[in-house]
Write a protein that binds this ligand. Structure first.
Ligand code: HEC
Ligand code: CU
Length: 352
């Protein structure tokens, strides 16, 4: 009775764990709910391999069950040693040939898809973005467009967008599970992959290569909008005037403070090339602060005063500047009104 209870408890525990854990994960961060070309191909491969493995498992289990039942010692049967056989050509050929066939069934799509996903022949006619991984943030430079941005990567749906990737420091790995597989970033070699989103949406990205203290906080977003919205976004980003005066007096003071303190030394606004910190041209349109924190005024003030408390070990923490809470508030007002485009992450989720 006791043993039975223990088994029942274990079953209950595992059963409820399965139930609870199956609720984990977000749909826009899962390779099992693919929303793009690369991720769909990968899921096809997972399914083919799984089908083959389930087939093998079932065949083995059925034979096992038959043997167990058929060759049991029957009631009242005398002990005896069964007839001993050695070698059986037919059987050996069968159990060599079947696995070969199964491996070929897995190999053909694997090789086809591997080459297909590595195919860069369309890169010349496509959107190309230089991606730079930094501890612990992402920089995006739209080649030929004079657009530099960080953290949020805008792409049009239904098109291959080629990412030419490098890192400025240690190894990182670019991964948007719902859209495609991973690609490592190297300081020396440029690695290229393409992503293609089939549906509009905001897809979560992660750094998938341990890169230091805040590796787990090196998040980013891919924002897939319709091709027309993308065109609009490109136009808006190209037309940004980095010197433009904000409307409110506080934000104007904030702009002054941003320039007087060392902020401007590390953060570009407009299309000037990559600096030590993220480009803030469309900071007001971002969904998160520094890729992970709440995107609101209070959190931003805290970030400006003590970035270490939000992202340990980040490269802004050892910057030399002194701003009061009031000044940080004005800088926050300035940064939050940097909203050059009507195309925002909401555009990607509103048409659903
Ligand atoms: C030494 C260079 C440096 C200085 C100076 C600096 N920052 Fe930063 N800043 C960074 C880096 C690096 C990051 C990225 C941190 C991360 O996410 O790992 C960052 C991130 C940010 C972010 C978040 C950006 C995003 O994309 O979400 C804001 C906002 C910001 N800094 C504002 C400021 C302000 C305001 C000042 C001046 C008071 C300032 N920074 C001074 C380097 C600097
Ligand atoms: Cu990283």
């Amino acid at each position: 009775m006791k043993g039975w209870m223990a088994k029942f408890r274990a079953l209950l525990l595992f059963g409820s764990l399965t139930l609870v854990l199956s609720g984990c994960g977000k749909e826009n961060l899962s390779a099992l709910t693919p929303k793009g070309y690369g991720a769909k191909s990968a899921l096809d491969l997972i399914n083919i391999s799984l089908a083959v493995m389930i087939f093998v498992f079932i065949v083995v289990m059925v034979i096992y069950a038959i043997v167990l039942v058929r060759f049991r010692k029957k009631k009242g049967q005398e002990d005896f040693i069964p007839q001993q056989t050695e070698g059986n050509k037919a059987l050996e050929v069968i159990w060599t040939v079947i696995p070969i066939i199964l491996l070929v069934i897995i190999a053909i799509p694997t090789i086809t898809i591997t080459f297909d996903l590595a195919d860069e022949s369309a890169a010349g006619d496509s959107i190309n973005v230089s991606v730079t991984g930094n501890q612990f943030w992402w920089h995006f430079n739209y080649e030929g467009e004079e657009i530099q941005t960080s953290q949020d990567l805008y792409i049009p749906t239904g098109e291959k967008v080629y990412l030419n990737m490098k890192t400025s420091d240690v190894l990182h790995s670019f991964w948007v599970p719902a859209l495609s597989g991973k690609m490592d970033l190297h300081p020396e070699n440029e690695n290229t992959m393409f992503i293609q989103a089939d549906e509009e949406g905001v897809y979560d990205g992660k750094c998938a290569e341990f890169c230091g203290t805040s590796h787990s906080l090196m998040d980013f977003k891919v924002i897939a909008v319709s091709p027309e919205e993308y065109e609009q976004w490109v136009e808006d980003m190209k037309n940004v005037d980095p010197e433009a005066q904000p409307e409110s007096a506080d934000a104007q003071e904030g702009q002054q403070l941003f320039q007087e303190n060392s902020c401007i030394g590390c953060h570009a606004i407009g299309s000037s090339p990559a600096a030590t910190g993220p480009n803030l041209t469309n900071f007001g349109d971002r969904t998160t602060l520094a890729g992970v924190a709440e995107h609101d005024r209070d959190t931003l003030i805290e970030w400006i005063q003590n970035p270490e408390s939000i992202k340990p070990g980040n490269r802004m923490s050892d910057a030399n500047y002194e701003v009061s809470e009031e000044e940080a508030g004005k800088i926050a007002d300035y940064l939050l009104q940097l909203q050059p485009s009507d195309i925002t992450p909401e555009s990607a989720t509103s048409n659903e």
